[in-house]
Design a protein around this ligand. Structure first.
Ligand SMILES: [Zn+2]
Ligand SMILES: [Zn+2]
Length: 113
């Protein structure tokens, strides 16, 4: 939706449910977390397929990211921000204690090891 249902490679407009998100290789997990939108390309299935089968150089994939308009960039950013704000479900302390006890791991603490 953020890209106007457009493939960022061929510019074809397709149904958003068919658009696939390609992750540009050669990026560490850390870099990806800092600015995820600079390392992804929403692509149509055809372009995504050739991106992998033809092994498009990382440099050329980044050029495609560079041609993205600032409007689309801010819209994609918004999508990622929404996801980042969802709080993770907090684990139940009682459950954690029970599983630690049943696994025998709690003995380590009792023995001071
Ligand atoms: Zn395409
Ligand atoms: Zn891919």
């Amino acid at each position: 939706m953020a890209t106007d249902q457009q493939c960022e490679c061929c510019g074809r407009r397709i149904s958003p449910s068919l658009l696939e998100v390609h992750c540009i290789p050669g990026v560490s997990v850390r870099e990806r977390e800092v600015d995820p939108i600079m390392h992804i390309l929403p692509l149509c299935p055809a372009c995504h397929g050739s991106m992998h089968s033809c092994a498009v150089p990382e440099r050329e994939q980044r050029l495609l990211v560079g041609t993205r308009t600032t409007e689309i960039e801010s819209r994609i950013r918004k999508v990622f921000r929404q996801k980042a704000y969802v709080p993770p479900p907090s684990p139940d302390p009682d459950e954690l204690f029970a599983s630690a006890l049943s696994s025998g791991g709690i003995d380590l603490f009792l023995n001071g090891a």
